[in-house]
Design a protein around this ligand. Structure first.
Ligand code: ACM
Ligand code: ZN
Length: 746
């Protein structure tokens, strides 16, 4: 009996020990297959390695091994039986795939290209524990997409070569393989040209750094390097960066914008404009002018000389097209080429440029506007205005890179705007990036194969410094890396939060200042059985706890909530709950987040619309405004109902109530033509015929604020009523939106 207990004890103890010792993967992006085995392997100070690979790979592997292991180990090649074995294997089918096996005696890596070996070594680096120990494991890995990219705009603000390199080196760690360098745009021309030196002499330094002051001034002048803001890269610097990236397995895709976004170019070379245009009323070059084609062919010659990769991006987005229609040369071109509209005129240019690139053995990428007027025969489409362009292009048999703005524009806010540096608008928090799936379900299998990859874009109108760029990039491009590499079914946001939280200090050690993941995700629902508002909170950081208090600032002693332990509110009137993040006994947010619980009498009541909501923003339709659910920081979340005509509706309660008040919440986002209503009125009635007004309010918030703004309009009463009539007028003028998320009656 005693022996039985001792044996049982040992078995239980060893099971517990194993469970405790089982390592978790901190790897980003998560490998496709990863199996930990019991035990670890210690890599000694002196390492021998054996290569059984093709000649080309054999030339690069020693320096690759030195790059990854050289700082801690002495490396020596051995003909046979080294501690690290690197083998070419026919079993690895994906060009970038690899297999990594760590046993108690050695590390075996199999791949079919230098890139595959690089990725295996990257994974090995991320598996490293204390004292050069590694968990024993088997990793079988390959990327989901062949194109895994990040774009940086260096025109709106200029970023030095040192920063470009540090970004590329971070990208390599995350197994990205494409850096899209947005080199030229209205904010300044950044690539030295020997053919057209005025581009950098005249249009690389603008008179004003501040984007709003410069861009909205309309004059948009450039000046000298001494007097202006900006910069450019010499051809030598560009070659250096291209080589640097290539050594890290990253191909750079240069973008030369045409025919729009060309303000800086036409400032330097005004002859490339349509005759009636000037640099401050036009953004496009003249497609009727042969000189324009000579210009771009020469610039592309120089570009191809500097950038050996297959793809050249030619922009193609957002041409204003405001002068072509009146330009004799453009009209002549349309006549000669039988082009029926301005889209076809643009398409003529893109197709002609594509022929030029193809004749030099290169491939063209353009933004999704290149679909309009007819897609160039071999073009790859970068879908940014949502996914529709990408869907159409892939159905037509074209390759597509998905970069939809509402998921992957990382110049958008990543947390509530009040707590963030000024951004361009929008709301793309970490979880939204992470949950994006680049292959639309509406595509069939053959069409899905045309989705060759994904990319996040960092436009820099409001990003002046490398520090700020890193703040916007990290950790969102960690999430992007996982979308790009890891199978959709293997993704797990909860686990990703943990890995991303661990990754932040590593980024800091390497000199970056990432966003600290101080956001809080809220999933709301209304439980109609319990008649309760249910709020499930989740911190972005995995090491933080959310504490909550009703009506005051929470302390470490207040209730902790998470997705398993929701906050349930059964009150009959709205109430402010204060929420903060705590880690190591400290409050993380200087200001509490205050959520108003929308419990109220009108949930489930009848609502009659005397107006129409805007068909693009129906939210959840009829009951949206009385469903007990507030919107999130973006009007794109399906909770905010949008109106372009005055709001007018009647809410009918099941019976008469003695009311205390009515609250309506609106949001404004000036940059998106969303304003507060000019006035909001609430009328109440007992019989549905005779109404009395309980107030007409005007907004208190300013319409000058460039950030998203939220305002609650509060009406008090102590009268009995069953019918509540809501009227809100459109804000600024025709065509502007108002957005309301809830009408709270209590
Ligand atoms: C873009 O954002 N205009 C591509
Ligand atoms: Zn013209």
């Amino acid at each position: 009996m005693r022996t039985f207990f001792i044996v049982l004890f040992c078995v239980v103890a060893s099971v517990i020990a194993q469970a405790q010792a089982r390592p978790q993967s901190d790897i980003i992006p998560q490998p496709q297959e990863l199996q930990f085995l019991p035990g670890t392997f210690s890599l000694p100070k002196d390492i021998t390695y054996t290569l059984s690979v093709d000649k080309g790979t054999a030339q690069v592997l020693p320096s690759l091994l030195t790059e990854y292991l050289g700082s801690k180990h002495k490396l020596k090649q051995k003909r046979k039986e080294g501690i690290i074995l690197l083998n070419n294997s026919n079993a690895i089918e994906n060009e970038e795939g690899y297999e990594l096996r760590i046993s108690d005696k050695q590390i075996v890596i199999e791949a079919c290209s230098a890139q595959g070996f690089r990725y295996a070594l990257e994974t090995l680096r991320q598996l490293q524990g204390d004292n050069n120990t590694y968990p024993q494991c088997v990793v079988k890995d390959r990327p989901r997409f062949s194109y895994r990219g990040v774009m940086l705009d260096v025109s709106r603000h200029f970023f030095p070569i040192s920063y470009i390199k540090s970004l590329i080196s971070e990208m390599a760690r995350l197994k990205f393989n494409r850096f899209h360098w947005h080199l030229v745009d209205g904010g300044g021309w950044r690539m030295e040209s020997k053919y057209y030196p005025l581009l950098t002499q005249k249009a690389a330094y603008r008179t004003e750094e501040d984007w709003d002051k410069w861009w909205h001034n309309r004059d948009r002048r450039f000046t000298t390097a001494e007097e202006g803001y900006g910069g450019f890269y010499t051809q030598e610097e560009i070659k250096e960066v291209v080589q640097y990236a290539m050594n890290l397995g990253i191909t750079i895709i240069p973008e030369i914008e045409m025919p729009g976004h060309s303000n800086e170019l036409i400032y330097a070379y005004p002859d490339l404009l349509c005759p009636s245009a000037t640099h401050n009323n036009a953004t496009d070059v003249c497609i009727g002018n042969e000189e324009v084609f000579t210009f771009f062919e020469r610039i592309l010659d120089e570009t191809m000389e500097l950038f050996p990769g297959k793809y050249i991006h030619i922009g193609g987005d957002e041409a204003a097209m405001n002068h072509w229609g009146n330009c004799p040369r453009c009209k002549q071109r349309m006549k000669e080429e039988n082009l029926k509209d301005l889209h076809e005129l643009q398409s003529y240019m893109i197709k002609r440029i594509e022929r030029y690139l193809n004749s030099k053995g290169r491939k063209l990428i353009g933004w999704d506007e290149i679909l309009m007027g007819g897609l160039a025969p071999d073009a790859t489409v970068m879908s940014w205005r949502g996914e529709n362009g990408g869907i159409t292009a892939s159905q037509a048999g074209h390759d597509v890179i998905m970069t939809p703005n509402n998921n992957l524009y990382i110049d958008y806010y990543q947390n509530e705007a009040t707590d963030e540096p000024r951004a361009i608008g929008g709301y793309v928090p970490l979880e939204k990036v992470y949950n994006y799936n680049p292959t639309p379900q509406s595509l069939n299998e053959a069409e899905k194969k045309h989705i060759i990859g994904v990319q996040a874009n960092l436009w820099t109108e409001y990003i002046h410094t490398p520090e700020h760029a890193s703040y916007m990039l990290f950790p969102r491009i960690l999430a992007l890396a996982e979308i790009a590499w890891t199978a959709h079914e293997r993704k797990d946001y909860n686990d990703f939060r943990r890995r991303a939280t661990h990754y932040l200090p590593q980024l800091e050690e390497r000199g970056h200042k990432p966003y600290q993941m101080n956001g809080i995700t809220l999933h709301q629902s209304y439980d109609s059985v319990q008649k309760a508002v249910v709020l499930k909170f989740q911190p972005e950081r995995s090491d933080a706890v959310i504490r909550i208090a009703e009506g005051y600032s929470p302390t470490v002693l207040d209730k902790a909530v998470d997705t398993q332990t929701p906050y349930i509110y059964k009150g009959k009137s709205p109430r402010d709950i204060h929420v903060n993040l705590f880690a190591n006994g400290k409050k993380l947010l200087p200001n509490d987040k205050i959520y108003r619980t929308p419990a109220h009498l009108a949930i489930g009541a009848k609502i009659t619309y005397h107006c129409k909501w805007n068909e693009r923003y129906p939210a959840a339709g009829e009951n949206s405004l009385i469903d007990g659910l507030y919107g999130t920081p973006t009007y794109l979340d399906g909770r905010w109902q949008g109106f372009t005509e005055p709001m007018d509706m009647t809410i009918t309660l099941a019976q008469e109530h003695k009311l205390q008040g009515v609250e309506l919440r609106f949001m404004a986002e000036r940059e998106q033509w969303v304003y507060m209503p000019k006035t909001v009125e609430v009328q109440i009635s007992k019989d549905g015929t005779n109404y009395e007004s309980i107030g007409i309010l005007e907004p208190k918030t300013s319409d000058k604020n460039p950030r998203p703004v939220f305002e609650t309009f509060t009406f008090s009463t102590d009268k009995e009523a069953r019918y509540i009539r809501i009227k809100a007028t459109i804000g600024r003028s025709e065509g502007h939106f108002i957005f309301c998320d809830e009408v709270v009656v209590y």
